[in-house]
Design a protein around this ligand. Sequence first.
Ligand code: NAD
Length: 339
Amino acid sequence: MPTVTLINGDGIGPSIMNEALKVIAASGVNITWEEVDAGMAAFEKHGTPLPDETLASFDKTRLAFKGPLTTAVGGTGFRSINVALRQKYDLYANVRPAKSWAGVNTRYEDVDIVIVRENTEGLYAGLEHYLTPKKDIAESLAVVTRVASERIIDYAFQYARDNKRAKVTVCHKANILKYTQGLFLDVAREIAPRYPDIQYDEKIIDAACMHMVMNPKQFDVVVCTNMFGDILSDLTAGLVGGLGLIPGANIGADAALFEAVHGSAPDITGKNLANPTAVIMAGIMLLHHIGEHSAADNIQAAVEKVVSDGVYVTPDLNPNSIAGTIEMGDVIVRELQKV
Ligand code: NAD
């Protein structure tokens, strides 16, 4: 029975994680959840957003299931615990699949894009400071290394091959950021020929956004540096019905952390409005990761049925719905029990 570090998170985190745990339990998979704190909850309880106990648990399990964590905007407050965990455990590949759902009304019907985001460096390396005592000039340094570029681009191609995908597009800004983005693009051009079975394409990031909104079907697997991947994955979420639907896996050589793409959603916290689907989908990715494929497939089928029926879904999917987070979780469990 695997032991998994469980971080319920802030804001809507505890409520959606509760539904995900209910659904995973109903699938029949036995997991020992080791619950620990991080983020605001940890700060309030332990005076630090990342207590030693949390790190000790992840050190041991090397596997985590996490709700969203709040990070204060701007110069006050602690730095992102999400970024800290990704860097500390070298969770270098952030895989964020966005696929159209039957029953969810969107502009396009057959979007199927996987964003593979470099997760440990780039503009999120944490090298940021003021240059003057008056704090009126600030500087951020983007770090792009050959070794991190090689492993993420290779990961994207290998992911495409393993998952029978046709194409990898690298999105970059090498026309302006000639060294950092230029290095990333050079590495992509070196690695692409090693995968002759996978079509290779490259797009400048700003144009890529326009193409993705106008003709998303030309994208399949997309690989990019950290911040571009962060932004593009919210864009792809918007193409398929919103942040309530998109999971993310943070994968390293010897550790993995699964979560939703979305944040702690303070605007809907405590209202039973948060869609639990994204974290349930993250749970499905976790189950596949530990080899529990049939439980994962059963949950996927149950979620798809409930979403496509469109009745017991949260209001982000159906504004006329009277169901909330808890009711949607309950109906997914009931659907799963029919299997
Ligand atoms: P957000 O993702 O929390 O919310 C953006 C919008 O999407 C909001 O309108 C919200 O109501 C909606 N939304 C998000 N999740 C939803 C769900 N499950 N169901 C229905 N609607 C949903 O982004 P934000 O408001 O920019 O950020 C809030 C906080 O979350 C910030 O502190 C940010 O740093 C943090 N954050 C954390 C993570 C993470 O833990 N991995 C990711 C992104 C943002």
